[in-house]
Design a protein around this ligand. Structure first.
Ligand code: NDP
Length: 297
């Protein structure tokens, strides 16, 4: 069997286009554009790139982008004051503080200061709680994007066995919650799991969110499984390469021989994250204006 590739890049492009069209409609209805504020502290090169591409994607989706780049030595009080200002700014529907923050800043304290109704990353404990009890809040972008790819591919997930490898607050746990809500039977595996290959072997759906290059091998997979690879790992450069290759947490080549469908890295889950961020921002905008959120979002 050769698995079909789940083309997250194409799916994300369609989602961004749809969100862009709906954002134009929103602007007509509300008399203003939806707005996303992104806060970056320090000059981490990867974060600079992420923030730049989020800003561009926001503008391309007919929304306002507000970028706040602060120096590395920004104090907690100063950052909290900015978050408070954004919480009170009616032009701002979504607030994203780019992580990781420099060591002297307490990430939890900053995230907790964001209004839960503007927390489009879904990292605030209120939104984690809402997800856990089935209330409308904001779901972290990466697992929500994985879920969109899964339901697009498989339709109804009822009764399917799902194994999520990884239990972080931003990927593994919300992913497992979304799968349970979709009536899958879910196992969460992590670094203390015994006999991980045997656990993974049960799964109709495998979501790998570990951060270990090509850890999940073909022989771990049940034939016909659907595999979502969240991992983004850069290998050390091979001879003659300036930069090492990017790989996922799944050994893509061999796994493609066993799975029925699999996301590539890059071009799978990665592009979904920004697309879902734009979607969440538009949802926030509808809610903040007291308008009904369209079902198709
Ligand atoms: P974390 O480091 O927060 O969590 C990793 C999880 O993997 C932990 O729960 C850990 O277990 C588990 N783990 C580590 N080693 C093993 C092992 N040998 N066997 C089984 N489980 C193990 O990572 P994140 O959740 O933030 O991210 C995971 C991956 O996804 C990373 O590669 C990251 O770059 C990528 N990512 C990609 C995104 C995208 O847009 N595509 C967005 C976010 C993340 P324990 O809890 O026991 O330590």
């Amino acid at each position: 069997m050769t698995a079909s590739r789940i083309d997250g890049k194409a799916f994300a492009a369609r989602l961004r286009e749809r969100v862009g069209a709906m954002a134009a409609e929103f602007a007509k209805q509300a008399g203003r554009k939806a707005g996303l504020a992104v806060v970056l502290v320090g000059d981490d090169p990867a974060s600079q790139v992420y923030v730049g591409s989020k800003g561009k994607a926001t503008l391309a989706a007919n929304m306002e982008s507000f970028e706040h780049r602060l120096p590395d030595d920004t104090g907690e009080a100063q950052l909290l004051a900015l978050v408070e200002q954004l919480n009170n700014d009616d032009a701002v529907d979504g607030i994203l503080v780019q992580l990781p923050l420099p060591d002297h800043l307490d990430e939890q304290a900053i995230i907790s200061a964001i209004s839960p109704d503007k927390d489009v990353d879904g990292f605030h404990v209120i939104n984690a709680g809402r997800l856990s009890v089935g209330q409308n809040g904001f779901v972290p972008c990466t697992p929500l994007g994985c879920m969109m790819l899964l339901t697009d591919r498989l339709g109804d997930l009822s009764g399917l066995e799902a194994v999520v490898i990884g239990r972080s607050n931003i990927v593994g746990k919300p992913m497992a919650q979304l799968l349970v809500d979709a009536n899958a039977t879910v196992t969460i595996a992590h670094s203390r799991t015994k006999d991980l290959p045997a656990v993974v072997k049960r799964a109709d759906i495998v979501v790998a969110a570990v951060g270990r290059p090509e850890m999940v091998k073909a022989e771990w997979l049940k034939p016909g499984a659907t595999v979502i690879d969240v991992g983004i790992n850069r290998l050390p450069p091979a001879e003659g390469e300036a930069k090492g290759r990017l790989v996922g947490d799944v050994a893509f080549g061999e796994a493609s021989e066993v799975a029925s469908a699999i996301t590539p890295v890059p071009g799978g889950v990665g592009p979904m994250t920004i697309a879902v961020l734009l979607r969440n921002t538009l949802v926030a905008a509808y809610r903040n204006e007291g308008l009904t959120v369209p079902d198709s979002l």
